[in-house]
Design a protein around this ligand. Structure first.
Ligand code: NI
Length: 167
């Protein structure tokens, strides 16, 4: 296993559109293992392949306290959404920034696991919000882009400052 490098907003590679997975091979299983390890080490509750510079429709999520409930979503598609949730979100690609984005409270997702088996998942609360956040990554969208222009300017300034400090 290996820890992968997480791209930081506003890296242009975060704005690509992910291609669907067509081959469920060893390479995909290794990507999923490495993404899970990278997410747990960060630590974070979700990671999309786009964030590790792989433009494929692959997501790992674990919102459990014990980090023992890994959810792998390949080629995910939201087929039902209802209600309104306003849980504060963060993102491993936008460290130190947390804000509320309006999301659906409940979603039903159709996806494949890393072995190519299709399944349907119904989620609410944090898991639902996390799924929507990660699916946005696959479309090239980062959560801060829902915020006001003023807030986005502040986010960019904050991240530029972080970069200068680590340079
Ligand atoms: Ni994110």
């Amino acid at each position: 296993m290996a820890l992968l490098n997480i791209l930081r907003y506003p890296d242009a590679r975060l704005h690509k559109v992910a291609a669907p997975v067509t081959v469920f091979d060893e390479g995909l299983k290794k990507l999923v293992r490495d993404m899970a390890e990278t997410m747990y080490a960060a630590p974070g509750v979700g990671l999309a392949a786009m964030q590790v510079d792989v433009a494929k429709q692959v997501i790992v999520i674990d919102v459990s306290d014990r980090q023992d409930s890994l959810v792998v979503l390949v080629n995910p598609e939201i087929v039902e959404a209802s209600g309104i949730s306003d849980i504060e979100e963060g993102c491993l690609s936008v460290p130190g920034v947390y804000d509320v984005v309006e999301r659906a409270e409940r979603v039903k997702v159709r996806a494949y696991d890393q072995h190519g088996h299709p399944f349907t998942l119904e989620a609410q609360g944090l898991l639902s919000v996390c799924i929507q956040h990660e699916i946005d990554h696959l479309k090239g969208k980062v959560f801060v882009e829902y915020l006001s222009q003023l807030k986005q300017q502040r986010v960019r300034a904050k991240l530029a400052k972080q970069l200068r400090r680590t340079a």
